[in-house]
Design a protein around this ligand. Structure first.
Ligand code: AMP
Length: 338
């Protein structure tokens, strides 16, 4: 995602400086400058922050101490509050609930006793999730009945967790929303998401939503942006249920389920994010085409020669050095023009 942000920034005439602890970040191939240094390298962090006008991120688990160092020299957008809220599932759920939004029933779990209490309150089936550092279905265990409690708790490996009631949804959608420092808000058309083994498989736009549900989805995303005094692009994942929309989680960054915008809108989520953090007016993110985005995960890379020859298919590859099972290697946007 850093790579796609960097390309979008370059298109607007900006230069990107990538900071990444790992060697050879894919974003480095398309950036003006690259620093490969740890999040604990104060000297490198200071030099980096002094060299740029504004700092953004596409990974929400950057250590607080590193952000403190950076923030002394350059503004971080979106701000620290959005990070604090979205890094911890318990704080996130409470924040969303306080906004009056519907979330899955949840309870704090730190040990066997609190898990028993949570199960008594919420019931099974349920999902136990680590409060922090979970992604792509990692750090999650499903409980089909209270008998699964011990093994689910063991899966958390001692990390603080929350128990979530199982939401009986018909399908999942997400809203990719942007807000500029002046408070201007623009939302992309909601996309419908299909997950396989907890990993996003595809996003289809338009999503199956009634006009009222579509309005609801967009208004609640705008509500979240305003409450966080947000600057940049944010992803909001929603469950569609007969009783209305339930918020699953928010991501304070460009989002995999927004990749369709690259070929479905004049201004995509990456450019919208760059515009917002640079203090530009937001661009035209209205959808001009129907799109199905499919992730290329692991061995899906074998399909690339075929997709490259396919009509209407826009291929986006990330230039990652090695193929690994479950690793996102690229995506394809299949476009149907109106
Ligand atoms: P998450 O990492 O929280 O986004 O969860 C990954 C996927 O697991 C979601 O996109 C859903 O398909 C499923 N999931 C997560 N939480 C729940 C829940 N409370 N009820 C039903 N399905 C869930």
């Amino acid at each position: 995602m850093g790579r796609m942000l960097s390309v979008a920034a370059a298109r607007l005439g900006f230069r990107c400086h990538i900071y990444e602890p790992g060697a050879q970040p894919p974003a480095g191939d398309v950036a003006h400058a690259v620093t490969c240094a740890g999040y604990d390298d104060a000297e490198a962090l200071i030099a980096f922050a002094k060299a740029v006008d504004v700092v953004t991120f596409e990974f929400e688990n950057i250590p607080t101490a590193a952000l403190d160092i950076i923030e002394a020299h350059a503004p971080i957008r979106p701000g620290r509050e959005a990070l604090r809220v979205s890094q911890d599932r318990l704080i996130e759920k409470q924040f969303l609930q306080d906004l009056g939004l519907r979330v899955a029933p949840f309870a704090d779990v730190s040990d066997a006793a609190t898990l028993d209490q949570a199960l008594a309150q919420i019931g099974a089936p349920a999902i136990l999730k680590t409060r922090r550092f979970g992604y792509d279905g990692k750090g999650q265990a499903r409980l089909h009945s209270p008998d699964d409690a011990a093994s689910a708790l063991a899966d958390m490996a001692g990390s603080p967790a929350i128990l979530e009631g199982f939401v009986d949804f018909t399908h999942e959608v997400s809203v990719i929303a942007a807000r500029s420092p002046s408070g201007e808000v623009a939302c992309f058309d909601p996309g419908e998401n299909l997950h396989t083994n907890g990993i996003l498989h595809s996003t289809t736009v338009p999503a199956r939503l009634s006009p009222a549900q579509r309005t609801d989805a967009i208004l609640l995303a705008a509500n979240i942006l305003n409450a966080l005094d947000y600057c940049g692009v944010l992803g909001v994942e929603l469950f569609v249920t007969p009783a209305g929309l339930v918020v699953n989680e928010i991501a304070p960054r460009v989002h995999n389920s927004g990749h369709w915008t690259q070929n479905g809108c004049a201004v995509d989520q990456f450019e919208q994010h760059i515009r917002a953090i640079a203090g530009w007016p937001l661009g035209d993110g209205s959808r001009h085409s129907d799109v199905v985005m499919e992730n290329l995960i692991g061995d899906d890379m074998n399909k690339v020669p075929q997709i490259a020859a396919e009509k209407g298919a826009a291929l986006h590859l990330y230039g990652k050095a090695d193929i690994k099972p479950g690793r996102k290697m690229g995506h394809v946007n299949r476009v149907k023009h109106h």
